[in-house]
Design a protein around this ligand. Sequence first.
Ligand SMILES: NC(=O)c1ccc[n+]([C@@H]2O[C@H](COP(=O)([O-])OP(=O)(O)OC[C@H]3O[C@@H](n4cnc5c(N)ncnc54)[C@H](OP(=O)(O)O)[C@@H]3O)[C@@H](O)[C@H]2O)c1
Length: 247
Amino acid sequence: MSTLSSPAGNNDKSMRPRLICHMTSSIDGRALVPLWHPVDVVPAGLWESARARLGADASIMGRITALEYAEGKSPYPATTEVIERVDHLPDPGPAKCTVAIDPGGSLSWGRSNIDGAPIIVVVVESTSDRYLAGLRSEGIYYLFAGKDRIDLGLVLDKLGALGIRQLYLDGGPATSGRFLHAGLIDEISLLLLPALDGYTGAPAIFEFQGERDNPPFPVTRLTLKSSEVLDGGVLWLRYDVQNRPAS
Ligand SMILES: NC(=O)c1ccc[n+]([C@@H]2O[C@H](COP(=O)([O-])OP(=O)(O)OC[C@H]3O[C@@H](n4cnc5c(N)ncnc54)[C@H](OP(=O)(O)O)[C@@H]3O)[C@@H](O)[C@H]2O)c1
């Protein structure tokens, strides 16, 4: 696979992929499985089989969830190299890929793919040269999604331009909350497990730090498209999400 370098701001909105937010929840709406009771309520293969049935080309996750996949033992070394702020992406676009949002440049990967799917890291132009050089040294791709702050719509546009048609949002709650409030989620796929967290303060499946309804909450309708009882008393609910048109 050769490499495509495109300007940091290049995008094509007409190609935006369908975004399915796939989350696992206790019946009290919490997201951190190790805190739930009873323990061991996740049937073997649940995530893998549901994910295969969703049929996404790629997954996207936040930096903290991505830590579960990163294998690097130490931060990337300092560099004197000055890296040009152009996207570093596979050409042609990959059949599958795993995308991680890490504008602060803190993940050290120690690998270039996850189950064969190349890793693409979402960065910003202010991400350090040290980090970008480290990603390149490991054969990891990256794309720029803003100068200092991530523009999530631009992330979707750039992934769409790579040929990704259906994207699976793999959390965690902070990242799902940001996509939700940006009005970018097309479907919520919810695995509801027969478990309870039961304590104040544990993250819900969507978390967002912001003033209530300022800007207005973007979701105007949730339409149940399917419900299914899976092994282990798991309920799989899928909702189409209608968002207020962007002004
Ligand atoms: N129940 C489920 O379905 C489910 C699914 C996935 C994960 N999880 C669990 O959730 C936990 C992690 O979730 P989390 O909410 O703490 O973190 P997260 O969503 O995995 O990652 C959040 C971080 O990603 C970066 N990020 C994401 N979007 C960004 C944006 N638009 N702009 C700037 N930075 C952005 C930021 O990194 P910086 O902090 O570096 O700025 C942010 O703090 C783990 O315990 C994991 O096991 C549960």
